[in-house]
Design a protein around this ligand. Structure first.
Ligand SMILES: [Zn+2]
Length: 1111
């Protein structure tokens, strides 16, 4: 152990010194004035110097890799797993088992007849908890604000009033976004009343997140962030910590959620939207309540008690028992004369002395039948619907009538029932008590389940798999905002800590905290299950978009302000001027639905400075693109050494360059979470920047070509030979005709892998039920996308990257191969600019077909947190086989794995062996009858971005691959992070007369282990003032689980693994860790006493939060 550690330390040290010396040496070589340019399109001598330089870097990285792989072995035990018991219910196995035959079950259409013996409760009475609830969507048919003014505020106002009338009344609430808005508008007196109701257990805050998030498209960063935001609000304003989770409306359930709730110290949770066939199966086997365990957890540390609702919906007709015709009669909002009625044609009747016996008996029969589906004699009966209880009359109708029923039932000993209003936790507590366990423990005899509940169908073949892709523009904007929020949180925390330490916090814009706080809330709001899902009305989508853009702009400001302080050589000169920011941004979005427009940096006699932020916690060697107004440009490091850079054209269309704009791409090494200063010089030195060359294939089309002198272009009017791009690691070959990828060959391998891509189109059915925002109901298999013309294909070749751009009518795709050492050069960068606004009822997909023998198995991620194996099910319709892909999907055989990484959530499937297919956008002209009342017709020009990674597997075997668990490789994790957290370029504003001395900022004193991810460093809110930070921050760390059976050669990591150990005390350079308190995920509970040690240890896959003081 000790020896290994020394080897690591020495190895890392040698490596760093070597890389640095190599740089210095090569920089000198490149600067050598005796070298000459060879002329022609390519300055060959420069390329060979660069090539040499890259090769030597490669070699060093490879040597370093020996050390990495040596250490990694001991961290590989985890991925092999195999310890502990297997769960009783494995969802992948359940799917294989079920016939999905959808037989008519009678009154419970999707179930079966339930019978019971009248004496079953004689020894142990039935205990019924009726849980009043109101489901408030923070935006759907109306915007968040409109719902608040029209409904939610009235619901909460009457809640305070009506709950106080009878201490037996109960209510639960889950959306803190609404609750906090209401709180801001009510009197101190009303607030006190609310605190009393919470305190005496009448009102329970369930889950307590900012929203009830979508679980398919949301990323775990945002899921956690909105949970923290809600919990922090609750703690500060009401002093309460949620104990139970409530999720009645998300369209399918992810196993990431139980993990997050468990780590937030919740002990029970409830889910509702699960495939009707699974509900029926679990009901028949009394498995609707289970301990939900993570697939990767060999013990039971992630177990959380979960209640699954058995019937079709969470409304009253589907919650009292199996017969909706009867249950509807106990929804007293539907009493005759009201605005809504019972579609089963039997109206409710108000409860009177005359009818109470008959009514109570009828309801009890439903309760008893429902109870037969569960193992305990405690029964949960939700009582509510969307935006319920907004009028005092409704409170009276429900609460008075139910109380009369309860009073009657409870007065009849022969009925053996005890019925009452309850909160969700009242129900869980009674159940735990009855089975004799402490809350959170496993009740004896209850099953353990692992896996997830995608994809969801509520009836027939109506699979809710369309929303995995609906409105991809906003799904992409969401991810961009997430990366900016994380970056802004971390930089703000660091800048503030440094400023406080230097006593400069008086001059620092502390109030940027309000911008951060607002961005957290807007991002949180968008995680709602009608927001990121793309299932809200058009006007509501615009409202979300405007909020996202507003926060994106603000976060750029927070980042700029922090970066300004952190890169200043002399902090004493720091002055914050909100009217004249020191740095500007590299792009701007004019509208909420426009793609970013990149800033052009104007070069003149004096150098222009750039600050580049790397939001990753790993050092990164990457190509940073900058637009400039002149081809005569030279890029220097902070110290004045020239950096390798490539000049290319900036294209406005397939065959025309934008006049007087050029892209200079700089190869720069960016410090972990750091800021690198670069200089741009106008230079007429002929070989300052390496040029790229362009080939244009017009395929017989008569198109004008607008060139600029600085970038050579060869036009091929008709010919279309196939061609390849190549770097040191791989060769990618393309069709000359289509411009699309055909194959990939890895360096040093004989075998060429077929990896051919194509675009396809799905139509929708001619029958009544058609695809819409939620549902995917295709009219059969996809047909090849057949545009009128062959695309213009433009091939750019250069020393740092080469790319193929293909211009189709509805999609422009660019496949880029970086020719740089390390992570960037190991995968293909793929982007698709999609515009299907002239389509009618079409969905555009991108399919990769390969020779990988994946059979029927593929893998998709859940929330970017974990991987869930999937099986293509022949017995299910095509649309049932689509799954959410928030960050990646892969297929594999024992030799290879092909991973598609994505920068936005989209729907994915593998419809036959060797295939991977992703839906890029969908345009649907009609509603799909789930309440939205609209089609999906507001498509935008959308840029979907991917990374395609082909890896060789070394020690894989079929037995292992058959297990319901899988992990990405470390390379895949890092590739995903590169894709999702791009480097941010900030030019020093032009107006600066004489820029002060700038210094790159390197916040970390050591390299973080490769498998550690700093999920967030989030300043906490000040006690008094919401718009100011406190002295403490939350540090949230995630240790990733990874698969070592993939070849790890030439990876170019500069990190190692550490068996989960991390010394936090010395992590932040120039700052002291004043205190370190491990807490529950959302900071509600301290875990263990604060110790003096700042060394921590994390198990693979675990996320841990620490309350820290940095200064
Ligand atoms: Zn909802």
């Amino acid at each position: 152990m000790k020896l290994k550690k020394q080897v690591t330390v020495c190895g890392a040290a040698i490596f760093c010194v070597a890389v640095f010396s190599l740089y210095l040496m090569l920089d000198r070589v490149q600067h050598d004035p005796t070298r000459h340019q060879s002329g022609g399109n390519f300055p060959r001598s420069q390329i060979s110097v660069l090539q040499n330089r890259i090769e030597q870097l490669e070699q060093l990285l490879e040597e370093n890799h020996e050390i990495i792989s040596h250490i990694k072995d001991s961290d590989c035990q985890f991925a092999l797993g195999g310890r502990g018991q297997s769960p009783d219910l494995q969802m992948l196995a359940v799917y294989s088992l079920l016939p999905f035959d959808n037989q008519d079950g009678g009154v419970w259409k999707q179930g079966f007849d339930i019978t019971y013996e009248p004496n079953e409760w004689d020894t142990e009475p039935l205990q019924v908890f009726v849980v009043p609830h109101s489901h408030n969507d923070p935006g759907w048919i109306k915007t968040f604000d409109k719902y608040y003014y029209d409904q939610t505020q009235h619901i909460l106002n009457s809640m305070v009033l009506k709950m106080q009338e009878d201490p037996r009344r109960r209510f639960i609430w889950s959306e803190i976004s609404f609750f906090s808005k209401w709180w801001d508008n009510i009197s101190a007196q009303k607030r006190a009343a609310v605190r009393r109701l919470v305190g005496n257990g009448q009102l329970e805050m369930v889950t307590g997140g900012w929203v009830m998030p979508d679980e398919a498209n949301s990323h775990y960063f945002a899921m956690i962030d909105q949970l923290i935001e809600g919990h922090q609000w609750l703690e500060k304003n009401i002093g309460v910590t949620p104990r139970s989770g409530w999720a009645v409306d998300p369209f399918g359930h992810s196993s990431t959620m139980p993990y997050l709730l468990k780590r937030s110290n919740l002990t029970g949770m409830l889910i509702q939207r699960v495939h009707y066939a699974i509900k029926k199966h679990f009901a028949a086997t009394q498995n609707l309540e289970f301990m939900w365990r993570q697939t990767w957890d060999p013990e039971a540390s992630t177990d959380i008690f979960c209640h699954m609702m058995p019937f079709y919906s969470y409304d009253v007709p589907h919650t009292c028992g199996p017969d909706p015709k009867i249950c509807c009669q106990f929804d007293f909002k539907r009493l005759p004369g009201g605005r809504i009625n019972c579609p089963w044609k039997v109206p409710p009747r108000a409860i009177t002395d005359a009818n109470v016996a008959e009514r109570a008996q009828l309801l009890l029969d439903q309760y008893r039948k429902k109870s037969k589906l569960y193992r305990s004699k405690v029964l949960l009966v939700p009582l509510g619907d969307d935006f319920r209880y907004d009028k005092p009359q409704e409170w009276d109708a429900q609460f008075l009538n139910y109380q009369r029923i309860f009073d009657f039932l409870n007065s009849q000993p022969n009925l053996h029932v005890q019925a009452q209003f309850g909160t969700l936790s009242d129900y869980f507590d009674a159940l735990y008590k009855k089975v004799g366990i402490v809350p959170g423990m496993k009740p004896p005899g209850f099953p353990v389940l692992s896996g997830d509940f995608f994809s969801y169908a509520d009836r027939e073949d109506h699979y809710w798999t369309g929303y995995y892709t609906s409105r991809p523009f906003y799904k992409s904007l969401d991810r961009v905002l997430e990366a900016h929020l994380r970056g802004a949180e971390i930089l703000y925390s660091l800048a503030l800590a440094h400023a406080r330490r230097a006593g400069a916090d008086g001059r620092y814009p502390l109030t940027d905290y309000a911008l951060l706080s607002n961005a957290r809330r807007n991002l949180g709001l968008f995680q709602h299950h009608d927001a990121i899902t793309g299932t809200a009305k058009e006007a509501v989508a615009v409202d979300y978009g405007a909020r996202l853009l507003h926060s994106l702009t603000n976060l750029k400001r927070v980042i700029i302000n922090a970066a300004h302080y952190l890169v200043l050589g002399d902090k004493d000169t720091y002055r914050h001027d909100p009217a004249a920011p020191f740095l500007s941004t590299d792009d701007a979005r004019p509208n909420q639905d426009s793609l970013p427009e990149r800033t052009v940096v104007k070069l003149d006699a004096s150098p222009r400075f750039l600050v580049v932020f790397n939001p990753l916690e790993q050092e990164r060697l990457c190509v940073v693109p900058v637009l400039v107004d002149s081809p005569h440009v030279r890029v220097l490091s902070e110290e004045g050494q020239p950096l390798p850079s490539q000049l290319s054209a900036h294209w406005g269309a397939a065959t025309s360059m934008v006049p007087d704009v050029y892209q200079v791409s700089v190869l720069a090494r960016l410090p972990a979470l750091g800021l690198r200063v670069l200089q741009l010089h106008k230079s007429f030195d002929g070989h300052a920047t390496l040029k790229s060359s362009v080939r244009l294939y017009l395929h017989g089309r008569d198109l004008p070509v607008h060139k600029q002198e600085a970038v050579p272009v060869n036009v091929f009017p008709a010919t279309a030979d196939d061609f390849c791009l190549e770097n040191q690691h791989l060769q990618a070959c393309f069709s000359g005709r289509s411009g699309l990828l055909q194959s990939i060959r890895r360096a040093g391998e004989e075998r060429e892998h077929r990896v051919s891509s194509e675009f396809l189109v799905y139509g929708t059915r001619t029958s009544k039920d058609k695809s819409g925002a939620y549902l995917f109901l295709p009219d059969g298999e996809a047909k090849p996308y057949a545009p009128k013309d062959l695309p213009v294909v433009r091939v750019t070749e250069g020393p740092l990257f080469s790319e193929v751009a293909s211009y189709y009518q509805h999609v422009q795709t660019v496949v880029r191969l970086y020719n740089v050492p390390g992570v960037e050069g190991l995968s293909l960068d793929v982007s698709c600019l999609v515009d299907i606004r002239d389509h009618i009822n079409k969905e555009l997909s991108l399919r990769f077909s390969t020779d990988i023998e994946s059979d029927n198995t593929f893998f998709t991620d859940l929330n970017g947190f974990q991987i869930q194996p999937r099986r293509y099910q022949q017995k299910l319709p095509l649309q049932a086989n689509f799954y959410p892909m928030p960050t990646m999907a892969y297929i594999q055989d024992t030799q290879s794995r092909l991973t598609l990484h994505t920068a936005q959530a989209l729907g994915v499937s593998s419809l036959s062996s060797g295939q991977l297919e992703v839906i890029l956008d969908r345009r649907l002209m009609q509603d799909d009858n789930r309440g939205l009342g609209q089609g999906l017709k507001d498509n935008k020009r959308t840029c979907n971005r991917f990374r395609l990674l082909l890896e060789r597997r070394t020690t894989a075997n079929k037995v292992q691959d058959g297990r319901p668990i899988s992990f990405p490789s470390l390379l895949s994790h890092i590739t995903s992070m590169h894709l999702n957290a791009e480097a941010l370029v900030m030019p020093v504003a032009q107006e600066q007369p004489a820029p002060p001395a700038l210094r790159s900022f390197m916040p970390l004193s050591t390299t973080l282990p490769c498998d550690f991810h700093i999920l967030n460093l989030r300043m906490l809110q000040a006690e008094q003032d919401d718009s100011l930070p406190s002295a403490e921050a939350a540090l949230i760390l995630h240790r990733k689980g990874f698969d070592c059976s993939l070849e790890a050669k030439n990876l170019g990591f500069n990190c190692t693994t550490s068996q989960g150990k991390l010394a936090l005390g010395s992590l932040f350079r120039g700052l002291e860790l004043g205190s370190l308190q491990p807490t529950s995920l959302t900071l509600m509970y301290p875990l263990a006493a604060a110790s003096n040690s700042t060394n921590i240890r994390l198990d693979p896959m675990e996320i841990a939060t620490f309350r820290i003081h940095l200064g």
